[in-house]
Design a protein around this ligand. Structure first.
Ligand SMILES: [Zn+2]
Length: 266
């Protein structure tokens, strides 16, 4: 299985050992996403250290001040330079949880324009995007994706109204669920709304969870339980479920996606 969204640069224990343990437990790869410029450099180093295991995505997380113009320029250059080592641009999007504080200091338009700059880059160099865009921002981000005609987007840990989710999936975008799908009805309802070919699973580690995962370290090892829960929710045999989400992750995050999708779309 593949963890479709993890902040691998935020794990400070011995990663060689941890990854070995994850691999022994059936974790084939992870999509490691960046939070800002410095974190993007870290992710690129991790890609060098674990080239097969890490699918790298670099970008600037939206629940923070927007990047200064120098920082944004450096990040865009880095994306271009490292294109062949990247699987996506992310994580990018619009703030929700810190919105109140951030919008006291920065304008929403500034966030929208940074998002659109990343989307234009993604289109130019043909990379998918990883989005943090939840609740009301999901619809706003979707509007940006459509305006920029972005073919490949992954809405990670999505929370949105049913009609917005429908619009996201009918636009061909992918959606992932987290360990919350094991204990929150909202996420179970979401999982049922995602077509099987567009569903991914993620931990967003090292973020901590509640319910059955309370006091447990978040790592890709939780994918085992997420997939068991999903298998029950969607009444799909566990093996088919795991195979399906793994294939989806590879289709989305590895080379050739653009060509495949574009040939299907035209
Ligand atoms: Zn994240």
């Amino acid at each position: 299985m593949i963890d479709a969204h993890i902040h691998l640069d935020q794990y400070h224990s011995n990663l060689d050992e941890a990854i070995l343990r994850w691999q022994e437990n059936g974790i084939e790869a992870v999509v490691a996403v960046a939070s800002n410029l410095q974190s993007s450099y870290e992710i690129l180093k991790l890609k060098q250290r674990f080239p097969e295991f890490v699918y790298a995505a670099i970008g600037h997380h939206p629940e923070a001040p927007p990047p200064a113009s120098m920082e944004l320029a450096e990040l865009l250059d880095l994306i271009k330079q490292e294109r062949k080592h990247l699987s996506a641009i992310g994580e990018i999007g619009l703030p929700t949880y810190q919105k109140k504080e951030l919008y006291d200091r920065y304008k929403e338009e500034e966030y929208i324009s940074v998002l659109e700059v990343f989307l234009q880059m993604a289109k130019e160099i043909k990379l998918p995007v990883v989005l943090h865009a939840v609740h009301e921002e999901a619809k706003k981000a979707l509007t940006c994706l459509k305006r920029q005609q972005i073919p490949h987007a992954h809405f990670h840990w999505l929370k949105a109204r049913e009609d917005v989710v429908s619009d996201i999936v009918s636009s061909g975008y992918y959606v992932s669920v987290t360990p919350e799908v094991c204990y929150r009805e909202r996420d179970q309802k979401l999982a049922r709304q995602i077509p099987m070919d567009q569903l991914l699973i993620e931990t967003d580690g090292p973020w901590k969870y509640h319910g059955p995962f309370k006091d447990r370290e978040t790592s890709p090892l939780l994918l085992k339980e997420i997939s068991e829960c999903l298998s029950n929710i969607l009444t799909i045999p566990i093996h088919s479920l795991r195979e399906k989400v793994t294939t989806n992750t590879k289709r989305f995050y590895t080379e050739g996606t653009y060509e495949i999708r574009n040939s299907v779309n035209t």
